[in-house]
Design a protein around this ligand. Structure first.
Ligand code: SF4
Length: 417
């Protein structure tokens, strides 16, 4: 068991973010203009929106790219630190604008390199973000950030604790991109500005929520991830994961070129209807067709594949027969399959498949010609294993309450029997 470094909110204020000369806290107090109106939050604005903003305050458009670089490449949130802006412009920006990520409610860093944040977003709701480093946890090695796109989720997949919260609201672009900004900034504490660089190498839109149901803010955020004036990430390192909102998959292919993952979890409609209820609306044949279209028609010059996410639920979807069905289903779709050992949460109706079962399942997929990986359950010690991001997030919806009550009733009837 690795040692956990847990930092409560009061500790964050003094020991982490504010340790930077460009403290988040310092700015929190001044997010309103003198007339009491809110300042414009520049975090999350696209390049064209920023150009528009600068035009409105009578400034040239090249200021937009200058400021973008400060925000996204150096993690700076203080206009007075933007040394290539005149003092007059710095003061002007400070009067009307801010760079404000969602508030860090608490964070936990595990000594295997996994980091987890719980953010309080507008209205007091909480969302989680998890960073998982590559096995070797090298300073500059691969670091994958799993980002949330909604508070809760309406899709109610039966194995997912986020789904049990129900849906509360969509996140804004600043709340989505702010998760990446904060994760990168966590490596910048005490690093002089000139030496700062972003450490998150990969992003997966696979946290709380269904990203294609919060389409515009998600695409806007991914555009900033790819933009050379912002995070400048490779399009192969930004992945959107969907449970299968088929029409939006076709739309996505037209709007942005990122990697695609599909939360599949079942190889036939009967089982998938139960595990991933959106399957009743967009059954497997339509989903696989849309995935093929994404691979073959989006940009045929690029060799692409989709990643198939498949959570391993003991005795539910993990038999040899399921593996053979999966091989047949994915025939003709360039895919890599990622098997995810289920991470049980309180009252979860499923258990995790045994390691032997997972390996047997994986062997069948390999023999069927598929590259197959088994996700390591890193970050378990801080309740941060991928796929079950609800963790300690406050439960704010009636559906969850009902669900808890139903579980209680079921337990009572078992006890009484
Ligand atoms: S698995 Fe994804 S789509 Fe399904 S309920 Fe959970 S967050 Fe929503």
């Amino acid at each position: 068991m690795s040692k956990i470094q847990t930092i409560d909110p009061s500790a964050i204020d003094s020991s982490t973010l504010s340790a930077s000369a460009f403290s988040v806290d310092k700015k929190k107090a001044v997010d309103k203009k003198q007339d009491g109106q809110p300042k414009t939050n520049l975090l999350g604005l696209s390049k064209s929106q920023l150009i528009e903003f600068f035009a409105k305050i009578g400034e040239k458009k090249f200021r937009a790219t200058q400021v973008m670089k400060w925000i996204y490449q150096y993690g700076v949130d203080d206009f007075f630190a933007m040394s290539n802006l005149s003092k007059k412009l710095q003061a002007k920006l400070d009067q009307v604008a801010c760079i404000t990520p969602p508030k860090v409610k608490f964070k936990q860093f595990s000594d295997d390199g996994t980091r987890k944040w719980v953010f309080e977003v507008m209205g007091g709701s909480l969302v989680e973000t998890v960073l998982i480093p590559a096995d070797d946890n090298k300073q500059f090695g691969r670091k994958t950030l799993c980002i949330s796109s909604q508070v809760g989720c309406a899709l109610d997949c039966s194995f997912c604790s986020t789904g049990k919260q129900g849906f509360e609201r969509d996140l804004t672009a600043s709340e989505i991109i702010g998760q990446l900004w904060v994760a990168n900034q966590s490596y910048m504490t005490d690093v002089p500005i000139a030496e700062r660089e972003n450490r998150v190498t990969n992003v997966v839109m696979m946290g709380m929520g269904e990203p294609l149901l919060n389409y515009r803010p998600v695409v806007a955020s991914m555009s900033l991830m790819l933009d050379d004036h912002a995070f400048g990430m490779s399009k192969r390192r930004v992945t959107l994961s969907t449970s299968g909102v088929v029409p939006r998959m076709y739309q996505l292919a037209k709007d942005i070129d990122v990697a695609l993952a599909i939360s599949l979890h079942a190889p036939n409609d009967e089982l998938r209807d139960e595990l991933v209820p959106i399957n009743k609306k967009y059954p497997l044949a339509e989903l696989i067709e849309a995935a093929k279209s994404y691979v073959y028609e989006t940009n045929p010059r690029h060799k692409k594949h989709v990643t198939i996410e498949y959570v391993m639920l003991a005795g539910v979807n993990d038999t040899d027969e399921h593996a053979h069905q999966l091989v047949d289903l994915l025939d003709g779709l360039p895919s890599k399959i990622n098997l995810i050992p289920f991470n049980p949460f309180p009252h979860a109706p499923y258990g995790r498949s045994s390691n032997n079962r997972i390996h047997a399942f994986s062997n069948i997929l390999n023999q069927g010609g598929f590259v197959c990986t088994i996700r390591q359950t890193r970050g378990d010690d801080i309740d941060a294993a991928c796929g079950q991001l609800v963790g300690q997030v406050a439960d704010r919806t009636r559906r969850s309450q009902k669900w808890q009550e139903a579980v209680k009733k079921r337990q009572q009837s078992v006890d009484e029997a």
